[in-house]
Design a protein around this ligand. Structure first.
Ligand SMILES: Cc1cc2nc3c(=O)[nH]c(=O)nc-3n(C[C@H](O)[C@H](O)[C@H](O)COP(=O)(O)O)c2cc1C
Length: 246
């Protein structure tokens, strides 16, 4: 349809990078693209910590549960929800910020980070770079906060590894479009059979790429979602000031 949409539709996560550095001008363009996204009430309650130091990336790779591609990629962007900045606005105006005590701020922060990271992904991929988002940084959020000196009223939401792809990866098939696009109201009639069909497709895709041990979509997803896999998120969020109780 056009180049932008082609770039988006061609997305696949990359976990194997060349050692080639990313020019500062290119990196800055990606970050400006990320900052250009809309934000709730124009509050701009998000920030990006740019990490290029090898030692810091290696520590993050460990905190994320052992993800070597974080250390290998030349750049790691940490997207944080940032109500510290909006609190400075509150102080300047002589009022007490309350929103960070509400679960609404968690949603606002996550949505704004998601939009911004999406733009960074598209910008990077349009420039021939490869990326993989990293939610694994929420495995030990306190370690990320200490390592990167994140102030109160901030929280590390997700990271993004960026680098030049060393080897291409296959494009992962998605669930059928009708499980995603619901016209006029939610349609659940065919979901179970669509999931059955997608499981068959995913299991043959995983066989092709040598990862048959992962089973299929429903077996993998249910094995992850049968437990609270990052139990430190809530206590650390509360410690940072995000009470999430109203
Ligand atoms: C918010 C988010 C967090 C993710 N966290 C990780 C992660 O910690 N480690 C990883 O290797 N991949 C991670 N991924 C990548 C997903 O596994 C990947 O996007 C998904 O399997 C679809 O594959 P594709 O991106 O190649 O289409 C994450 C993706 C998103 C959107």
């Amino acid at each position: 349809m056009n180049k932008t949409i082609e770039t988006i539709k061609n997305h696949r996560s990359i976990r194997d990078y060349k050692s080639k550095k990313i020019d500062e001008a290119i990196l800055n363009e990606i970050i400006i693209a990320a900052q250009s996204m809309p934000s709730s009430i124009n509050g701009q309650q998000l920030s990006i910590v740019v990490i290029q130091d090898k030692k810091t990336k290696t520590l993050i790779a460990e905190h994320a549960g052992g993800q070597p591609w974080i250390a290998k990629a030349p750049v790691f962007l940490l997207f944080i929800t940032d109500f510290f900045k909006t609190n400075l606005a509150a102080i300047k105006n002589g009022v007490t910020q309350k929103i960070h005590e509400s679960i609404e701020s968690t949603l606002v922060g996550a949505v704004d980070v998601g939009l911004s990271m999406g733009a960074a992904i598209i910008a990077a991929e349009s420039l021939g770079l490869g990326i993989v988002p990293i939610g694994g940084i929420r495995r030990d959020p306190q370690a990320m906060i200490d390592l990167l000196k994140l102030p109160e009223m901030t929280f590390p939401v997700a990271g993004l590894s960026i680098g030049y792809p060393n080897s291409p990866s296959d494009k992962k098939p998605r669930l059928p479009l009708n499980t995603f696009r619901h016209d006029e109201s939610y349609h659940k009639e065919n979901l179970e059979s669509d999931i059955d069909n997608y499981d068959v497709l995913m299991s043959s895709y995983l066989k092709t790429i040598g990862r048959s041990q992962e089973g299929n979509w429903s077996s993998r997803t249910s094995s992850v979602y049968k437990k609270v896999y990052f139990p430190n998120v809530l206590p650390v969020m509360i410690k940072q000031g995000f009470d999430n109780n109203k």
